[in-house]
Write a protein that binds this ligand. Structure first.
Ligand SMILES: *Cc1c(COP(=O)(O)O)cnc(C)c1O
Length: 354
């Protein structure tokens, strides 16, 4: 157990908020006054400190830079109309963080360090949670190997940190999506289910190629047959066919189990839709489209919540959607926003008070 008193707090002398307005700020560009930092050495977590946000001094031989033992999370904090701060489903992210840690042969982060450290940090920087509608404070916990030694082996030391970034409405224009048949994101037995840093670097080339062709993102397909849909960029993906919502199942370990995905499944059921988590082939999607049964396609993730897909390109076949007529995706987005901002009853107890 780490008692709250084991987390030392050193406050910034001056808040950067004096020079910054929190309206319509771009995603991930500004960081709050403080950060949390902790070191793993000799099998235990120590030097747990919340201190002014500042650069790190790192050795060029830092193991993480060479072999990529690095994982992260993405969580959001909101303020309700009365100004009370709460965090959306942080326990789920905590759980997933340690699943990622295990897969990358990294130590587990104790619950008290992750959860109480995050709570204390957000409480200290709660003025950084924008109060405007659709604005939030993005919380980025991360861990990386810290040995100063270029031998290929798991590091013996690690650093765990949390930083906070205020963010404006992450408006995602309806996306044009390229169904990717050459490059893959994840394979069974691989690390697709982990929020491991390398997964994102590995996806950038394919995404850039799709952009050159005029698309916003790729729809990843399964690695063996390029037949079953997986994820859309760094989001989980949903297809509404008739009165059924279908999203790929997680069993093969190739898909990141999103907290927004899980929340969306719950709310879709509340709306009265049937939800199926199962393999879905691009052929079946085309058949449904041609039959006029494919009503909505959208991605889900913490950053944008719900991102509608207006066009899906598979080989020479184009599927186009009239996003403005949709009912389901906008309802889910509104419900999630309302729960987060304290406007809709939080009946699943997703919001954790700071
Ligand atoms: C983070 C992430 C998601 C979405 O997860 P959320 O918990 O909903 O933010 C989906 N796919 C990938 C690859 C991700 O990294």
């Amino acid at each position: 157990m780490i008692a709250a008193m084991d987390i030392s707090i050193r406050k910034a002398e001056r808040s950067k908020l004096q020079d910054l307005s929190l309206e319509n700020i771009p995603f991930g560009k500004y960081f709050s006054d403080h950060m949390l930092e902790a070191d793993y050495e000799n099998g235990e977590w120590k030097n747990i400190e919340i201190k002014p946000y500042q650069p790190l001094l790192l050795s060029p031989s830092l193991a993480a830079l060479h072999y990529g033992q690095a994982i992260f999370e993405g969580i959001k904090a909101y303020k309700d109309k009365e100004g009370h701060a709460s965090i959306f489903r942080p326990q789920d992210n905590y759980h997933r963080f340690n699943i990622s840690a295990e897969r990358m042969q990294m130590p587990a982060v104790p619950e008290e360090l992750f959860m109480e450290g995050m709570r204390l940090l957000v409480e200290l920087d709660k003025n950084w949670i924008p109060e405007k509608e659709d604005h939030s404070l993005y919380i980025r916990p991360f861990m990386f190997s810290a040995d100063e030694m270029i031998g290929v082996r798991p590091s013996e030391t690690y650093k765990f940190m949390i930083i906070l970034s205020p963010t404006g409405p992450y408006y995602s224009a309806p996306m044009r999506i390229y169904v990717e048949e050459k490059y893959v994101r994840a394979v069974p037995g691989g690390v697709g289910y982990a929020k491991a840093a390398g997964n994102y670097g590995a996806a950038m080339f394919a995404t850039a190629e799709a952009k050159k062709k005029g698309y916003d993102q790729v729809l990843w397909m399964d690695a063996f047959e390029h037949k079953y849909v997986q994820e859309c960029g760094t989001m989980n993906v949903f297809f509404i066919i008739g009165n059924t919502a279908i999203t790929p199942n997680l069993d093969q370990g190739t898909i990141l189990g999103g907290v927004t995905r899980q929340s969306t499944i719950t709310l879709l059921k509340e709306m009265g839709l049937t939800v199926e988590e199962r393999p879905l082939s691009i052929q079946d999607i085309m058949v449904a489209y041609k039959a006029g049964l494919l009503h909505e396609v959208f991605g889900t993730g913490t950053a944008a919540t719900i991102s509608p897909i207006k066009e899906l390109r598979y080989k020479d076949f184009e599927m186009k959607f009239d996003v403005d007529t949709w009912k389901t995706a906008p309802t889910i987005k509104k419900w999630l926003t309302d729960i987060r901002e304290g406007v809709r009853e939080d009946k699943y107890q997703w919001m954790q008070k700071v």
